[in-house]
Design a protein around this ligand. Structure first.
Ligand SMILES: CC(C)(COP(=O)(O)OP(=O)(O)OC[C@H]1O[C@@H](n2cnc3c(N)ncnc32)[C@H](O)[C@@H]1OP(=O)(O)O)[C@@H](O)C(=O)NCCC(=O)NCCS
Length: 146
C-alpha cells in the first residue's frame, strides 16, 4: 500500500469507493464530490495497491490556522489495517505545514467505528450538530489540536 497525492484520474474510483462507505443519501453525489475539489485550500491523497484504490482522504485548509477533514474513506475489506491512520497522518502533516493549528470534522453519531477511530486519532467531541445529515441524523463535531 502506498499513499500519494490525489490525481484527476482517481476521481471515478474515489466516487465509487465513497458510495460503498456511506448509506444512500449520505454518500456524495459525483457533483458534490467534484465541488470539493474546486474549493480553495483543498488537498487529497489516495492509498493505492496493485488492485487499485483502497482509500482516500480530502482535507481543506481554512483561514490561516484551521483545517477541516471533508472525508476519509477506506475500502471495507481493508479496514483495521492502518490505512485510515496513514492517510490521516499524511493530511494532518500537510495541514500543519500550511499553518493549521487545529483540525475539525463532522461524523455521524451512530457511526461507532468512525467515532472510535477519530477518538483514537486524538480528536475530541466539541458538541452535537442536530440533523446534520439529511436533516435527521445527528453528527458530532470533533476537533484536534495539531
Ligand atoms: C473510519 C475509517 C476511515 C477507519 O479506517 P481504518 O483504515 O479502518 O482505520 P485504522 O486501521 O487506521 O485504525 C486506526 C485505529 O482506529 C481504531 N478503529 C478503527 N476502526 C475501528 C472500529 N471499527 N472499531 C473500533 N476501533 C476502530 C482502532 O483503535 C485502530 O487501531 P487498531 O486497529 O490498531 O486497534 C473506516 O472505518 C471507514 O472508511 N469507514 C467508512 C467511512 C467513514 O465512516 N469515514 C469517517 C467519517 S468522515
Amino acid at each position: 500500500m502506498r499513499v500519494r497525492e490525489f490525481e484527476a484520474s482517481d476521481f471515478e474510483a474515489a466516487y465509487r469507493l465513497d458510495q460503498t462507505c456511506y448509506p444512500p443519501g449520505i454518500a456524495y453525489s459525483r457533483f458534490a464530490l467534484r465541488e470539493f475539489f474546486r474549493l480553495p485550500g483543498v488537498c487529497a491523497w489516495v492509498a493505492e495497491e496493485e488492485g487499485g484504490l483502497v482509500g482516500f482522504v480530502i482535507v481543506r485548509r481554512i483561514g490561516s490556522d484551521r483545517g477541516h477533514v471533508i472525508t476519509l474513506d477506506v475500502r471495507q475489506d481493508r479496514r483495521r489495517q492502518g490505512i485510515g491512520r496513514a492517510l490521516l497522518q499524511t493530511a494532518e502533516r500537510w495541514l500543519a505545514q500550511q499553518g493549521a493549528r487545529r483540525v475539525r470534522l463532522e461524523t455521524a453519531v451512530e457511526n461507532q467505528a468512525a467515532v472510535t477511530f477519530w477518538q483514537r486519532m486524538g480528536y475530541e467531541t466539541l458538541g452535537v450538530l442536530p440533523g446534520y445529515y439529511l436533516d435527521r441524523l445527528d453528527a458530532y463535531r470533533m476537533e484536534k489540536r495539531l
